[in-house]
Design a binder for this molecule. Structure first.
Ligand code: CP
Length: 296
């Protein structure tokens, strides 16, 4: 059976831990050591939304493992401009390559693509839906930096309504034993459907800053707002600075899926707690592990 990765819920806790363990073994290759593990395999990147980290780290992961990559990025110069459907595009590309990575603005699009593909499909973000490979690298970061994935106090902060990285991460954290805090402006609270599933407390940052182990900050997802006025009402409503972190535990780590706009002041980047650039690097070994999982 073709293995797809569409939602983090496609994986059991043990399968997640296995991927993270594999990723650890790939760190040296991610830093430049040669490998031919995926020689002869080709990955197609189908990105219908902007991306820097996900697209490039998949490309780097594939190439450092000896594989190759083709990209469909400029829709105006592909046959999508002539009206070709996503189903037909995927059907054809899956005859050329060994694995497809897709990002699309519509929730459910990756699942739809997998139903038309002869090869594994990996969801690189479907609207406000899921971003499972980001979740795996988020878990990897927590495991590396905090020494494990249980017994932690984790605060998710920012746009909890539209952030697909949060929607995926929450489902994954459900498989582990942690205390979860939710911090967001009133209009960007986590949707009810998630609140029903997880045991989490809605709090203010100042009430928990001295006890949390992980602060996971997200950007306000401007592109998902139905109108610009609604976005302008919440833009700039939260910002992490050195002052905000004054009472934080020495061992606190700050994560962010990136890109950042203004929710973490650049003055925080030099602090020991700032782990978001390491987190972006971990995307390479984690995506190597995912590619091997679906291809070998
Ligand atoms: N975190 C993340 O998905 O980044 P990109 O949008 O740059 O891929």
């Amino acid at each position: 059976m073709t293995k797809h990765l569409i939602s983090i819920e496609d994986l059991e806790r043990e399968e997640i831990l296995q991927i993270l363990k594999k990723a650890e073994g790939f760190e040296r290759i991610a830093r430049g050591r040669k490998s031919k593990l995926l020689e002869g395999k080709i990955l197609a990147n189908l990105f219908f939304e902007p991306s820097t980290r996900t697209r490039m780290s998949f490309e780097v992961a594939m190439k450092r493992l000896g594989g190759d990559v083709v990209n469909l990025t400029a829709q105006e110069i592909s046959s999508i401009a002539k009206g070709e459907t996503l189903a037909d595009t995927v059907k054809v590309i899956s005859k050329y390559v060994d694995v497809i990575v897709i990002r699309h603005p519509l929730e459910g699009s990756a699942r739809f693509a997998s139903e038309h593909s002869e090869v594994p499909v990996i969801n690189a973000g479907d609207g406000a839906g899921q971003h499972p490979t980001q979740t795996l690298l988020d878990l990897y970061t927590i495991m590396k930096e905090c020494g494990g994935l249980d017994g932690l106090k984790i605060a998710l902060m920012g746009d909890l309504k539209y952030s697909r990285t949060v929607h995926s991460l929450i489902k994954a954290l459900n498989m582990f034993d942690n205390r979860i805090y939710l911090i967001s402006p009133e209009t960007l609270r986590l949707p009810e459907e998630f609140l029903d599933e997880i045991d989490a407390e809605e709090v203010e940052l100042e009430d928990v800053i001295d006890e949390i182990d992980v602060l996971y900050v997200t950007r306000i997802q401007r592109e998902r707002f139905p109108d610009e006025e609604e976005y302008m009402r919440v833009a700039g409503s939260y910002r992490i600075t050195r002052e905000t972190l004054r009472r934080a535990k020495d061992s606190l780590i700050i994560m962010h899926p990136l890109p950042r706009v203004d929710e973490i002041d650049v003055e925080v980047d030099g602090m020991k707690c700032a782990k978001y650039f390491d987190q972006a690097f971990y995307g390479v070994p984690v995506r190597m592990a995912i590619l091997c999982e679906v291809l070998l």
